[in-house]
Design a protein around this ligand. Structure first.
Ligand SMILES: COc1cccc(CN2CCc3cc(OS(N)(=O)=O)c(OC)cc3C2)c1
Ligand SMILES: [Zn+2]
Length: 259
């Protein structure tokens, strides 16, 4: 029978700091050191649930992927000058509710963190191009706390057993990612950073929501039932602790949209 372990997955023993990186992610957000920027506009996401296509277990997390061949699901406003197209969202979580998020707020850890990944469709033709460019990507980060059941998330939770193993894919349609955003999206921190998984490129404008969302203990437990390993591997490893270690701020300023 398969032996379950939560041993460190090779990926997460990966590069602690990308070579020559001076704008790496994630970071600790020191609230009192963030600088209020009155020029920051409200964020205006406009997502079409019809662009939702599939869920993919890529061996680090599960990605809910969107058709990004048109400007149907876009993010604009906030710190962004251009239109950014939603291509996928995913989460990072711990083996326990005591940790799991990638970013922290004054060192406070959350049990999980949602990332909604977008790429600059005014300047680039596809994600693969944008991922290499300084202003190529915008990622919204939302902290998760354990509390009441998230009704909108349940449809996704119910689909996860179908992508238990690495490299599995299941069709998943008509999911509105806006249901995962907190009620207040006007209050956020923003800073220049990087992807936290390969290719770790320093292409990301991070937009971290101040307000968290709540999910139930049982919903998060289903995330932990996923596996890093593919069906063929004899030792199965639980998909937990799929977060990167925090990176040096290197003099960067974190701006806030609120006082
Ligand atoms: C580099 O060219 C690519 C084209 C299409 C998809 C991919 C893989 N994609 C890259 C961005 C990304 C970014 C991810 O995390 S994160 N925290 O946003 O950096 C991630 O977490 C599981 C997965 C992926 C997968 C790469
Ligand atoms: Zn992520």
């Amino acid at each position: 029978i398969a032996h379950f372990s939560t041993g460190m997955h090779p990926m997460w023993q990966g590069p602690l700091v990308a070579p020559g990186g001076n704008r790496q992610s994630p970071i600790d957000i020191r609230v009192r050191k963030s600088v209020f920027d009155p020029h920051l506009k409200p964020l205006t996401p406009d997502y079409d649930p019809g662009t939702c296509s599939q869920i993919w277990n890529n061996g680090y997390s599960f990605l809910v992927e969107y058709d990004d061949t048109t400007d149907k699901s876009i993010l604009k406003g906030g710190p962004l000058e251009d239109n950014f197209r939603l291509c996928q969202f995913h989460f990072h979580w711990g083996e326990s509710n005591a940790w799991g998020s990638e970013h922290t707020v004054d060192r406070r850890l959350f049990p999980a963190e949602l990332h909604m990944v977008h790429w600059n469709s005014n300047k680039y033709r596809r994600f693969e191009e944008a991922v290499m460019e300084e202003n190529g990507l915008a990622v919204i980060g939302v902290f998760l706390k354990i509390g009441k059941r998230h009704e909108g998330l349940q449809k996704l939770v119910d689909a996860l057993p179908a992508v238990r193993h690495k490299d599995s894919v299941v069709e998943f349609t008509r999911f509105d990612p806006a249901c995962l955003l907190p009620a207040n999206i006007d209050d956020y921190w923003t800073y220049a950073g990087s992807l936290t998984t390969p290719p770790l490129t320093e292409a990301v404008t991070w937009i971290i929501m101040k307000q968290h969302i709540e999910v139930s203990h049982d919903q998060l437990a289903v995330f932990r039932s996923l596996l890093f390993t593919s069906a063929e591997e004899e030792v199965q490893k639980s998909m937990v602790n799929n977060f990167r270690v925090q990176q040096p701020l290197r003099g960067r300023t974190v701006r806030s949209s609120f006082t």
